[in-house]
Design a binder for this molecule. Structure first.
Ligand SMILES: C[S@@+](CC[C@H](N)C(=O)[O-])C[C@H]1O[C@@H](n2cnc3c(N)ncnc32)[C@H](O)[C@@H]1O
Length: 548
């Protein structure tokens, strides 16, 4: 490996050292971590050794990236060979150290699991509901294929087949047959969240392109959850975990369990379903709904957007925390500036500053930037840390609220769902209309670029944000943010941010038509658009209509 200047972190004298070679070696500390082995060219210990171990090298992101790529290749290699993986701990240590449980192996397991598990379909969901309601018996899945087989090396360490929680029976919809949907039909004549108005609310956004073979919503068994590749206690290798039989779960608990798995695998806080108002157990249309916390769902024709080449991104070389937007290369295209035209970040101390003009999108640091994950300019991409309740409102069906008080500027979450080409929206069923967001933040600014245009349909998949109702005096605003795509791709994320301090358990709302004439607000005073319906937000500033 070519020599390069390297500063040893923590060395106050700032003496320069040269990396002579790096090697991808798995060293086990508490049996779980892997480290990059570095041999130093101009440094050695008194005993002559010159090797140190690192999980990161702040000054050499190129080395770390190369190392991570080689790790990825190894995992893919392991995953492609067969569906078996030895994951048992060997108490007698007869297994070579490289075969012990490790993060690498956990990731390989996870990747195998994703390959082995079929995509969750509405039929599977219906079947689970049938079992939950006692209308059907769970099937023995022993002979179901393909699936991941966990091969125990010792009796003491068996990880169960991860597809245990899946039950594939009939395709009838228990929810539908129970007639649980007592709300007015959601067949709005035109999109409620869709349209110029909403796009204007969004100054821009992006979708996360972290390469992923399987979308976020993939349901994993408890054991696979514990084996997820991200660091943290919830990802440690666990002993055998047996799923709770589905038949013991009510539809709400079953839905809750699904969402719990999805939020947990995204390292996000919980989302609970509560209804203190009536006996509707779960929101309607949940029989086909798949929860995806932070990623768009991509159909085959858009899957290429999830594996963008590193070369497409502008990256910064900051060593840990990005503090100066004028020096951050990833900010070159950013149009967020202070009063004297200097580039600034959109956030201060983790909170949105609202210094982002309408039509301008926020460009966060990306996976290839040199800064660390806690950098100032990575906020919307972090896992949501505020617990959410999806609850039954008095007048607007189900809504969403936070379980704790929220400061102004807090980024609450990203709007997710199925990413669709804008020209295909008209083909969607009418019932989807109130759940579609156009990603047209830059169009609102009048700079329509020639690229493809997208919208996000959250009717059948998405997260808690699809329950956010409209208010003419909202407590959240939407802005657009990119971090795993680039602005020109027109597929930003939409981040929901608190515009004022919000007390715990206050309904979270946005304005579906933020560009309506605000000065003329008040019942009947502003021009009623064609796609409007009576607004039930009950705010004193209510326009009297909501665009749907
Ligand atoms: C994105 S969904 C919000 C979640 C929805 N309440 C539910 O239960 O699924 C948008 C739909 O909620 C309803 N809605 C939201 N805000 C409303 C308001 N202020 N007045 C009347 N209906 C509203 C409309 O039916 C609209 O099409």
């Amino acid at each position: 490996m070519a020599s390069n200047r390297n500063r040893w972190r923590g060395n106050r004298s700032r003496r320069k050292y040269i990396v002579r070679s790096t090697r991808c070696v798995f060293k086990f500390v508490f049996g779980l971590y892997q480290f990059l082995q570095v041999r130093w060219g101009q440094w050695h210990r008194e005993d002559g050794t010159n090797t140190t171990w690192h999980s990161d090298i702040a000054d050499r992101p190129d080395l770390v990236r190369a190392w991570k790529r080689s790790q990825q290749r190894k995992r893919e290699d392991i995953a492609s060979k067969d569906l078996d993986i030895q994951i048992a701990w060997d108490p007698d240590e007869t297994i070579p150290v490289h075969d012990r449980p490790s993060e690498l192996r956990a990731q390989a397991y996870d990747e195998k699991l994703r390959n082995a598990q079929p995509e969750l379909t509405s039929e599977m969901w219906d079947a689970e509901l049938d079992i939950a309601l006692g209308r059907a018996e769970p099937v023995d899945e022993e002979n179901r294929a393909p699936r991941l087989r966990a091969r125990p090396r010792q009796d003491s360490a068996v990880v169960e087949a991860p597809s245990r929680s899946r039950s594939l029976l009939s395709a009838s919809s228990a929810v539908r047959s129970l007639g649980k949907d007592r709300r007015a039909p959601l067949s709005a004549p035109s999109p409620s969240m869709r349209g110029k108005s909403l796009s204007k609310a969004a100054s821009s956004s992006s979708y996360r392109s972290t390469p992923s073979k399987t979308p976020d919503f993939s349901v994993r068994s408890s054991s696979s959850m514990s084996l997820s590749g991200s660091p943290g206690p919830s990802n440690r290798m666990s002993q055998s975990t047996v799923s709770q039989p589905s038949r013991l779960l009510s539809p709400r608990n079953l839905l809750q369990k699904r969402w719990g798995q999805a939020t947990k695998s995204a390292l996000a806080a919980s989302v609970k379903i509560v209804n203190d108002l009536d006996d509707e157990e779960i929101p309607s249309h949940m029989n086909r709904f798949r929860y995806t916390e932070q990623k768009y769902m991509l159909g085959d024709e858009l899957r290429h957007l999830a594996s963008l080449d590193e070369g497409i991104f502008l990256t910064c070389e900051c060593s840990s925390n990005c503090q100066d937007a004028t020096r951050c290369h990833c900010q070159i295209p950013s149009e967020i500036k202070d009063g004297i035209g200097r580039k600034i970040f959109a956030y201060s101390r983790g909170l949105f500053t609202f210094r982002v003009p309408r039509g301008v999108e926020v460009i966060e640091c990306n996976a290839f930037c040199g800064c660390d994950p806690a950098c100032n300019n990575r906020v919307a991409q972090r896992p949501r840390d505020i617990g959410i309740e999806v609850f039954k409102t008095r007048h607007c069906g189900w809504g969403a609220r936070a379980i704790e008080s929220i400061p102004k500027g807090k980024v609450m979450g990203l709007f997710t769902g199925q990413l669709v080409r804008r020209d295909q929206i008209e083909d969607l069923p009418e019932s989807h209309a109130g759940y579609i967001f156009d990603l047209d933040g830059t169009e609102a600014k009048g700079e329509v670029n020639s690229g493809e245009k997208f919208s996000v349909d959250s009717f059948e998949c998405g997260n808690w944000t699809r329950f956010v109702n409209h208010s003419c005096d909202p407590n959240m605003k939407v802005y657009s943010v990119v971090y795993d795509t680039v602005p020109d791709m027109n597929a930003p994320y939409l981040a929901f941010v608190a515009v004022k301090p919000i007390p715990a358990r206050t309904e979270l709302t946005i304005d579906y038509d933020p560009c309506a004439d605000v000065d003329a607000a008040g019942p009947g005073k502003s021009k009623v658009p064609r796609n409007a319906r009576p607004c039930r937000c009950e705010s004193v500033r209510c326009r009297g209509w909501v665009k749907v």
